[in-house]
Structures are given as C-alpha cells and as structure tokens.
Design a protein around this ligand. Sequence first.
Ligand SMILES: CC/C=C\C/C=C\CCCC/C=C/C(=O)SCCNC(=O)CCNC(=O)[C@H](O)C(C)(C)COP(=O)(O)OP(=O)(O)OC[C@H]1O[C@@H](n2cnc3c(N)ncnc32)[C@H](O)[C@@H]1OP(=O)(O)O
Length: 277
Amino acid sequence: MFVLRQCLTLGTKSSIRNFSATTNLVNLTINEDTGVAIMELNKPPVNSLNYELLEAMHRTLVKLENEKCPGMILTSSSRSTFSAGLDLLEMYKPTVDKARRFWSMLQNTWIKLYSTPYPTVAAINGHSPAGGCLLAMSCEHRIMVPDKMIGLNETQLGIVAPQWFQDCMRNIIGERQAEKALIAGRMFTSEEALKIGLVDELATDKEDLMQKAHDFLDEQMGLPPLARSVVKVGFRKDTLSKLINGREADIKMFLDNVFQPKVQESLENYIQMLKKK
Ligand SMILES: CC/C=C\C/C=C\CCCC/C=C/C(=O)SCCNC(=O)CCNC(=O)[C@H](O)C(C)(C)COP(=O)(O)OP(=O)(O)OC[C@H]1O[C@@H](n2cnc3c(N)ncnc32)[C@H](O)[C@@H]1OP(=O)(O)O
C-alpha cells in the first residue's frame, strides 16, 4: 500500500512521505511494507533541471540514504517527458554566482544519485534528452515506455556534454557506441536505445513500467546489501573520483565555456526555437 503524506519537517521513515513540502518539485512516496521509494520529478511541463529541482532531488537522496532506503524508483509526473535535461534558462545569460551555484548543485545531485548504496531504477515514462538521460544513466537499471527519445544531444545544440556525462554513457554502451552517439549528439528512440543497451527493458505502458521497476528492485533487494553496494560502488568509483577530485576544475570548465558568445548564441537560438514550436 502506498501512502503519500504532506509534511513540513523531516521525520522518521514512517512519518514522512512527501518531502518537498514547500515546492512539491519532488513527490516522494514510500511503501510502508517494503520501504521502496518512488521519487517522482514534478516540475511541469517538462522537468527541466533548474537549481531548485536539483536541490529538492539532492535533499531527497540524502534523506533516503540516511533512512537506509532499500531501493528507489526515479520517474516523472509528466505524461510526455521524463526530464528535458538542464534548464536552459539557468545557462542563458546567468551571473557568475548563479552559474556556479547551479553547476555545483548539479554535481552534488549526480554524485549522490550515482553512488547510492541501495538499488536504483529509472522508470523512463517520457523523453529523456541530455541531463534527463544523465539522470536515467545514473540509475542501475533503465526501463522505458515505447516511442520516446533518449540520448545526450548536446553537440546538436552547439554545447558539449561534460566528461562525466560522457563517462556515464561509455560505462553503459561501451567506447565505440558512445563515441559515435556523443559526436553526433544522437537521440535514440526507445527501441533503438534497447538495441544498443542504453536502456535495459521496454514497458508497454506506465503500469507495466512500474511493475517492471518493482520486479527489478525485488530481485536486487534479495541480495546481501553490503556486498551488493560494495560491488556497485567499486564499478563506479573511477567515474565518481574523477569528478569528486576535479569539482573545481569542472566548474571552471563550465564557467569558461558557458559565457562564450558562441555558446550563448546557440542557447538563445535553441530557446527561441523551443518557444516557437
Ligand atoms: C566546450 C563546452 C561547451 C559548452 C559548455 C556549456 C554548457 C555545458 C553544457 C552542459 C550540458 C547540458 C545538458 C543539458 O541538459 S542541456 C538541455 C538539453 N535539453 C534539450 O535539448 C531538450 C529540449 N526540449 C525538448 O526537446 C522538448 O521540450 C521535449 C523535452 C521533447 C518535450 O516536448 P514537448 O512536450 O512538446 O514540450 P515543449 O517543447 O512544448 O516544451 C514545453 C515548455 O518547456 C520549455 N522547455 C523545454 N525544454 C526545456 C529546457 N531544457 N530548459 C528550459 N525550458 C525548456 C519549452 O521552451 C516550453 O516552454 P513554453 O514557455 O513555450 O511553454
């Protein structure tokens, strides 16, 4: 039985279930019998990742870890989109302070999500470009509904997917496929993504998606948790350490590039194009 409760303060595992009470950017539902958490991104219309959404995700992830969450499903409340990736408005003509704060929160959130000791599954119920694809790739397992698009499309926008985005893709689909996909900024249909291993399973609809996500977690939760998490983090440690040890350099790379006139021009054109659609 799922129980969703509004709350204003952080409390015990059984007392809190909807945890971004002030903004509701993240709906957190916890199954009281199994402890499984469903983290639903809820920033209409397309869950673009701005500072506030990233911060709400980060807080939720910290809480889940502190409460020894046994497993988590990441999904979206939107019918069309899992996440449209980074909020373009955060990168278009920001102040240096705002850009730095934003990028640092993106790093925080990714580090937490990529390194959870508990199993994570992305229930991808819509399009998942760029930063949306990063979120999905950071989970351990990906299940996607048909006829949607996923990929790291940055090149097509005239920007560059940071090294750690690229590493996540390489870790999943391998060097050759990742190189081709990243150079082209290729978006894959759900069916193509399954074929190259970018997603693990397809689901027929949302109900099937959630059932399959629960099935994956049931299987994982049957394994000894400590051994499971040591192996997981062992596989991910090189990718994680590269960013953790190079956070300042990564922020500098972002700041150096995002203020380039060419990058600002690309962002402006893209934002205009999306608005005119
Ligand atoms: C050398 C280094 C160079 C550069 C360094 C600089 C930067 C570092 C780059 C960092 C990496 C970047 C990662 C990213 O994630 S960038 C974002 C990429 N995202 C996309 O390309 C997706 C764009 N969106 C879409 O394609 C569609 O919106 C989508 C998701 C398929 C959904 O389609 P649909 O349901 O039809 O919805 P609409 O298109 O009508 O959109 C509704 C509404 O939302 C606005 N919007 C969409 N996406 C974003 C976004 N990412 N950020 C902000 N706003 C977004 C859209 O404009 C509409 O707004 P409106 O006001 O018209 O309602």
